[in-house]
Design a protein around this ligand. Structure first.
Ligand code: NAP
Length: 300
């Protein structure tokens, strides 16, 4: 069994490496078929997914059985101004991987986002895989095209949408709140965008569960329970012990102070229906997963 990971230095890539190296995570063991797998960990230096020729050569040479693509242009505001780069990484990259995967008969696990949805859906019901995407940002649009290319060019594709991801390494909302809280002692955070904070441990665990199946298709894979960025920030500050005051604001107030910021969905809470109907949904409640995160991670 040979696995190729792209974007291996990112949040998800680092967590996948940890689980594939140890054989288990906080949630449980990884599938036994993956325990002695040969794993090729690559990031942009070794394998630039936007380079079609390089991707093809690499995949034809190594012939992986499974490709897990965690490479992406994840700076949501940056995608608005660097649209060409976002398009290359988030859309052309998955297309290159999918075409090469198909040539060697590999499975492709492509990770996507809740930001493929507009957030304007009525009823405030968590969105399952039957809802139609309608992105409102360059990040969402390029990620949606990446999903479509992955499904179109590789017959063994899993598209897995996650949201509000955090991990022990890299850039994420948890570290942003801790650092800003320490520096400023005061935070103002939007209270009218709702979604699902997701611990990368839970996401990686489920990607590995899916990898050993043939249950191809679109999946939602986010932490259980819904909250606003403000609720999330309050819990981060409480659990971290940082001495900072957190105040709510509206998206409009935030946009007035940050005119270059991308539009974000007001409601992008997802329902992990396909997971429940196939390999099982073991995603933890977001508060529980965050609590365990802080038991392992102690900010200096
Ligand atoms: N973070 C979130 O809140 C969030 C939410 C929903 C969905 N997702 C999705 O979840 C997946 C994993 O996200 P993440 O937070 O782990 O991302 P991340 O930490 O930003 O990691 C992405 C990795 O991909 C690398 N990369 C960028 N361009 C590349 C290229 N052309 N070829 C190969 N590698 C490249 C990045 O390198 P550099 O750092 O050098 O650019 C980085 O190491 C992504 O598909 C993302 O869209 C993330």
């Amino acid at each position: 069994m040979k696995i190729l990971i792209t974007g291996a230095k990112g949040q998800l890539g680092t967590e996948l490496k940890k689980q594939l190296t140890c054989g288990y995570s906080e949630i449980g063991e990884i599938p036994s078929a993956l325990k002695n797998a040969e794993v090729l960990y690559t990031d942009v230096e070794e394998l630039d997914i936007t380079n079609q020729q390089q991707v093809k050569q690499f995949i034809l040479q190594h012939k992986p059985d499974i490709i897990i693509s965690s490479a992406a242009f994840t700076n949501v505001d940056g995608c608005e101004t660097s649209t060409d780069a976002a398009f290359q990484v988030n859309a052309i990259g998955p297309r290159n991987l999918a075409m090469a995967a198909e040539q060697v008969g590999a499975k492709l696990i492509h990770v996507s986002t809740d930001y493929v949805f507009s957030g304007q859906e009525n009823g405030r019901i968590p969105l399952d895989e039957s809802y139609l995407p309608n992105p409102v940002s360059a990040y969402g649009r390029t990620k949606l095209l990446g999903e479509q290319y992955a499904l179109q060019f590789c017959s063994k594709t899993f598209v897995v949408r996650t949201a509000w991801l955090y991990s022990y390494t890299g850039k994420n909302f948890v570290f942003t709140m801790i650092n800003a809280g320490k520096k400023l002692g005061k935070l103002t955070v939007v209270n009218d965008q709702l979604g699902n904070p997701t611990n990368a441990v839970d996401l990686a665990h489920h990607l590995l569960k899916l990898a050993v199946t043939e249950e191809y298709g679109i999946y939602h894979c986010t932490g259980e329970g819904v909250c606003s960025w403000y609720d999330f920030a309050c819990e981060i500050i409480r659990l971290s012990g940082v001495n900072a005051e957190v105040s709510p604001c509206t998206s409009q107030e935030y946009a007035e102070k940050n005119p270059a910021a991308a539009r974000r969905p007001a409601w992008s809470a997802l329902e992990n229906r396909m997971l429940r109907c196939t390999v099982g949904n073991e995603m933890r409640q977001w508060q529980e997963a965050l609590k365990v995160f802080f038991e392992h991670y102690k900010p200096q």
